[in-house]
Design a protein around this ligand. Sequence first.
Ligand code: ZN
Length: 245
Amino acid sequence: MKIGIIGDIHGNLPALQATLKFLDSEMCDAIVCTGDIVGYGASPRECLNIIRERQISCVLGNHDQYVTLLMDPRLEKLDPDTRKVIEWTQGKLDMEALKWLAQLPLKLDMGDFTLVHGSLEPHNHWAYVTNEQIAARHFAHQHSPLAFGGHSHLPTLCRQRAGAPPEISFLKNSVLHLDDAKTMINVGAVGQPRDRDPRAACGTFDFAENRIAPHRVAYDIAAAQALIRQAGLPERFAARLELGK
Ligand code: ZN
């Protein structure tokens, strides 16, 4: 079995379309999503519809959750630009779409692996698994050998051998030994990469040889930026796309 992994789409339709076209050419048996379908970008409804139509298994991201919250004090804590996009996104989704987003699970046990957006640590699910301490708390609650997560928008490989501290490294094409360490993989963001490579990020995992392959897909960044500007959303969410940060 070979799966395609996507996440942090963030309403970026040109990036999502290019990424799915690439993954279709990779002949994946299934595609899974680590959450944050919406937020930042100008095509939340279109992206959400694609995930639903293709029946892509998906967990809840923090932006997905924010969009389903109305009059909630948690929204007050967001920075004003982010809140502006969340409120704009709420207006673009009908009640049925909002209900679908709201029912997404925080984690999904897929048998061979677990899907999560941030961390599996209870009551701290929007933690960024990018340092040893947070990774250790995540792994304490990861009961499968392999998990895929998103949230930081950084392609990372986290591994923890029994009795040892977690090791975090930049994700590279590699064959993993899943029986000697717990593994958590972030393939990076489809719709808003933050590792200075502006191309869309995704991954494939081949269970026949336990090979993780990170991929970058060129897409029409100018088109995604134009949609953000036409919608009147904050300029910085358009500008950062060509910088990959
Ligand atoms: Zn995100």
